[in-house]
Write a protein that binds this ligand. Structure first.
Ligand code: PMP
Length: 398
């Protein structure tokens, strides 16, 4: 008998598990549309020019690697605040935003979840139905009971907005509402600015705690456009949480660059909140790593590099949109009779294709086309070379 004899084998991560299966697949035509990663037209993970330029400058002046402050690089945290709230916005100017550098967007969510658990242990968490798979697991692991609010309407292919409002209205005060700021994962359907106003009214009236997950700022309509929802929450006089991820927008997945920002009532409150967030960081991993944060800070604070980043991010956004259109056209050409035009209504990295689990399994086993069992496909991994095979394969299983 060992200490671990009774330890059960955990199920594979539903998304990262697909990667393992993909790697083991010997089909030469295989295409990985499972994980949320942007690949360029050549099917390569891009290393952005702005990142290379920042890294070159850093290499020209090598720096020693001491510990970072618990909340990370100050210039990085300030750049995040600027990006999320606007550098000249009232919340930033008045100092009422508490920001910590975090290990990706996931790290930002977890630091926020741990802090919220201490703040309001009895609160429940609501995530969208469906949501990014890790939302439920992460908030459950932090000790919360996690429920869902209505979101996707499969028949309508869009958001069941009345249902969404009704479930948020029914939530008890203090409930933490995890909201996708833009580019909803997995469905690709966002609510409109006017609908956000209604959500904000309900959140405010019901005294819910909004937790905005912003993992795709700049992937939808533009950096400012995607971030505009934040200003709406500010204007409503709410205090709230925002997690930021630069994994996709900087193509820095493995560097784990993200942040948590908490908008507080005033600066004194933000100082106290920051002191508590630092305890969450300190007791988990002490302080964040340097490299990714330093690269992002260098790019965001240098006007030339920042312009280059915005250009490169814009190119990724435009290419994804073009692939959506080619997917619609390609499916039609491959003989799919049903209208697949909904794919271009969706935004961001993903498309909820409406395919069933059986169809997704067939796509994988017979054609080497990997998406999640829920029918989610990463359109950001399509390119001119693989799209034909993907369209023919989908047409064969539909
Ligand atoms: N939130 C959502 C909605 C996501 O899709 C992702 C990444 N797939 C994250 C958070 C986490 O981002 P990161 O990889 O930076 O931890």
């Amino acid at each position: 008998m060992s200490l671990f004899s009774a330890v059960e084998m955990a199920p594979r991560d539903p998304i990262l598990g697909l990667n393992e299966q993909f790697a083991a697949d010997s089909n030469p035509a295989k295409v990985n549309l499972g994980v949320g990663v942007y690949f360029d037209e050549n099917g390569k993970l891009p290393l952005l020019q702005c990142v290379q330029a920042a890294e070159k400058a850093m290499m020209d002046k090598p720096a020693a690697r001491g510990y970072l402050p618990i909340d990370g690089i100050a210039a990085y945290d300030n750049a995040v605040k600027g990006l999320v709230f606007g550098a000249d916005s009232e919340p930033v100017k008045s100092g009422r935003v508490a920001t910590v550098q975090a290990l990706g967007g996931t790290g930002g969510l977890k630091i926020g979840a741990d802090f919220l658990k201490r703040l309001n242990p009895a609160a429940k968490v609501l995530i969208s139905d469906p949501s990014w798979e890790n939302h439920r697991a992460l908030f459950t692991q932090a000790g919360f009971e996690v429920g869902t609010y209505t979101y996707y309407d499969a028949a309508k292919r869009g958001v069941d907005f009345d249902g969404m409002l009704a479930s948020l209205k029914a939530a008890a005060p203090g409930t933490i509402a995890v909201l996708h700021a833009c580019c909803h994962n997995p469905t690709g359907y966002d609510i409109t600015p006017a609908q956000w106003d209604r959500v904000i009214e309900v959140v405010k009236a019901g005294r819910l705690t909004p937790f905005l997950d912003m993992a795709y700022q700049g992937f939808g309509h533009g950096i400012a456009e995607d971030g505009a929802v934040i200003a709406k929450f500010v204007a409503a006089g709410l205090v709230f949480f925002v997690s930021t991820s630069f994994s996709k927008s900087f193509s820095l997945y493995g560097e784990r660059v993200g942040a948590l920002s908490v908008l507080c009532a005033d600066k004194a409150e933000a100082d106290r909140v920051l002191s508590q967030l630092k305890i969450m960081v300190r007791t988990n991993y002490s302080n964040p790593p340097i490299h990714g944060g330093a690269v992002v800070a260098a790019v965001l604070t240098n006007p030339e590099l920042r312009a280059l980043w915005e250009k490169e991010l814009g190119e990724m956004r435009v290419r994804i949109k073009a692939m959506r259109q080619q997917l619609v056209d390609g499916l039609k050409a491959a003989g799919v009779k049903q209208d697949m035009g909904f794919i271009t209504d969706q935004i961001g990295m993903f498309s909820y294709s409406g395919l069933t689990k059986d169809q997704m399994v067939r796509l994988r086993n017979e054609f080497g086309v990997y998406g999640t069992d829920t029918g989610r496909m990463c359109v950001a991994a399509l390119n001119g070379k693989n799209i034909g095979h993907v369209c023919k394969s989908i047409a064969a299983v539909i």
